[in-house]
Design a protein around this ligand. Structure first.
Ligand code: G6P
Length: 594
């Protein structure tokens, strides 16, 4: 949710920042901007649209300084306009500032500033921070003290960065991540929202914690302070250890397609999770009073599937929560409870807020995160790293599959059947690989996407182990096609959704060889009788299916395999409809604001 990037070094800072912003674009891509310091002056460039549309940095017409900051925006306060894009200049041009976050007390602060006669050039909450810092400066504070004092007045999660005309950079973290990179060449410093954005250019990194502020002097000296007290903190540089820092489509047309094709590797990777840690997690779950899973968006669907596995495989009555709606559980949590959080980024604000408060109540937290060094990993009592490699497409695919595969293994560990779980994951990884290598199956999906491209609504239906992955299929179809999709619990069909069934409505029906198979097939008959076009997802064709996506799946892991064709269908639909596959409109990959 918004990306921040700063460069201080010998290279052209504008080139570096634009390159960095291109890598951060998954965090927000409606507008962007750069501020560069040269000859005691700040030059600012802002534009609506995607930074990846810039072929040559020379187009910006900015001077080639060696110190610059940049921002890629996902609009919260104020529409998508050039004026609302960051960075925002102070009224005397003494600094330019960008924010990643939301000023929750923006209305009150702005009202007071308007009353004091301030003029605003944008509709953003960020300009309020600019005015707060200006007021502290006018009261005689040095810039760092003014930033700290202004920051104390903000409520919400606000990470900010600013640059001065003489090339000083100050960045404060509260909420959204911030990391410092020390470059390969002498005196080169990067500050960014995400380590991957400069991974190939740095040797050492420092993660800025919440409540810390970093200052990079015009000479390149880096200092770290406590945001509240101003106390100087020790900077502990750590070597950058990233197994797969490379961000490359590797011949695929889109990141989404490449990432779906990485699924077999990612599933196998789950079985290499440290067994002692898995056993520890299983023990925590066995001893718990209540077990909850939590996530937002796709991770919320994964959380629901993990809870399903805990109930069905481990016989633990786990309950899944949606990050933004879990507040009422805070009063129910006890120190004997366990909260399990799958997350791609480990930074989702809705989930983090619940985890932070739950931790204070003594709840044990288990995290399963893909991005290294995330806030959730730090917060967790027991943390697992998915190790699925960078997931660049905003639509999560391989990481979702990794999360549910891990949830399955965790449930098997609780049931004392870890080895069986590992064998089942190896088998399902092989099935998915064979499916992805089957060119007839791939062509069938792109043809099906053509067939669905004219549909207004797409329905999905399943029961039991496959229902949550059909809900995730619904998420993917919505994100990829911008069409309305709806996942129906097969057993509940006749209670309401059947009223929507009419001639030609497409319904994807997923079945496995389990106890609810005949229930789902009956529901398929009922929609077919009303004229729906039924597309089965199954190991074999059935009488009620008009066509079948055949995937040889069986047993407890069917969901891990069957989500893959639905992800691919969403991909092909996005392509057929000419949508921006890797950056669906209006959504961001890492939502670090509430
Ligand atoms: C955003 C993304 C989703 C993602 C969700 C949770 O809404 O668009 O794809 O599932 O955030 O993100 P997380 O990083 O916690 O998995």
């Amino acid at each position: 949710m918004c990306g921040i990037f700063a460069y201080h070094g010998q290279d052209s800072a504008v080139d570096q920042v634009v390159t960095g912003l291109k890598r951060l674009e998954y965090r927000g891509y409606d507008s962007w901007g750069v501020a560069v310091a040269t000859n005691q002056e700040l030059s600012v460039f802002k534009q609506v649209g995607k930074v990846t549309q810039v072929a040559d940095e020379a187009e910006l017409g900015l001077p080639k300084g060696q110190i610059a900051i940049g921002h890629t925006r996902w609009a919260t306060h104020g529409g998508v306009t050039q004026a609302n894009a960051h960075p925002h200049l102070a009224s005397d041009s003494s600094f330019a500032l960008a924010q990643n976050g939301v000023v929750e007390n923006f209305d009150t602060l702005k009202a007071a500033q308007l009353q004091a006669g301030e003029n605003f050039k944008s509709e953003t909450d960020t300009e309020v921070i600019v005015k707060l810092i200006e007021a502290e400066r006018q009261a005689g504070k040095d810039l760092l003290t003014a930033v700290r004092a202004a920051h104390q007045k903000l409520s919400g999660r606000n990470t900010i960065i600013l640059i001065t005309p003489d090339g000083e950079i100050i960045a404060a973290r509260q909420g959204s991540p911030l990391v410092i990179g020390f470059g390969n060449s002498e005196g080169e410093v990067f500050v960014s929202s995400d380590v991957l954005s400069f991974a190939t250019q740095v040797k050492e990194v420092v993660t800025v914690d919440n409540g810390q502020v970093v200052q990079v002097s015009p000479a390149g000296e880096v200092q770290l302070f406590d945001l509240k007290s101003g106390a100087k903190l020790e900077i502990k540089r750590e070597p950058l250890q990233l197994d797969q820092p490379k961000i490359d489509k590797e011949g695929y047309e889109h990141f989404m397609l490449k990432e779906i094709h990485e699924t077999p590797v990612v599933i196998r990777q789950v079985s290499t999770q440290p067994i002692d840690r898995l056993t520890q997690a299983a023990e925590l779950i066995k001893q718990a009073h209540s077990v909850y899973t939590i996530g937002s968006g796709t991770a919320g669907m994964a959380a629901a599937q993990i809870a399903y596995y805990l109930r069905s495989v481990a016989k633990v009555p786990a309950v899944s929560l949606v990050g933004a709606d879990a507040n009422e559980y805070l009063e129910l949590f006890t120190p004997e409870d366990v909260l399990i959080a799958p997350s791609q980024s480990g930074e989702t604000a809705d989930v983090l807020e619940i985890l932070e408060q739950a931790k204070e109540l003594g709840v044990k937290i288990i995290s399963y995160v893909n991005m290294p060094a995330s806030s959730m990993t730090k917060l967790a009592d027991l943390s697992f790293l998915a190790g699925a490699g960078p997931e660049i497409c905003v639509m999560s695919t391989k990481v979702f599959t990794s999360q549910i595969a891990w949830g399955y293994l965790l449930a098997k560990a609780v049931a004392g059947q870890t080895a069986d779980g590992q064998a089942a994951l190896a088998a399902v990884a092989d099935s998915v690989q064979a499916y992805l290598e089957d060119s007839t199956a791939m062509t069938q999906l792109s043809n099906l996407a053509q067939q669905l491209s004219g549909a207004k609504d797409i329905f999905l239906m399943a029961k039991g182990q496959l229902f949550q992955v059909m809900r995730e299929g619904m998420v993917k179809l919505i994100e990829g096609s911008y069409k309305h999709a709806h996942a129906i619990p097969a057993g509940d069909l006749k209670h309401y959704a059947i009223t929507l069934m009419e001639a030609g409505v497409p319904v994807l029906v997923a079945v496995a060889d389990d106890a609810v198979r005949s229930d789902v097939l009956n529901a398929a008959h009922e929609v077919k009788t009303r004229g729906a076009t039924v597309i089965g997802l199954s190991a074999q064709a059935e009488a009620s299916f008009d066509s079948t996506i055949v995937m040889p799946v069986s047993g407890e892991t069917a969901a891990i395999a069957l989500v893959v064709p639905v992800q691919l269908l969403a991909y092909h639909l996005a392509v057929v409809l000419g949508n921006d596959v890797d950056h669906p409109r209006n959504i961001a990959k890492s939502v670090t604001v509430k």
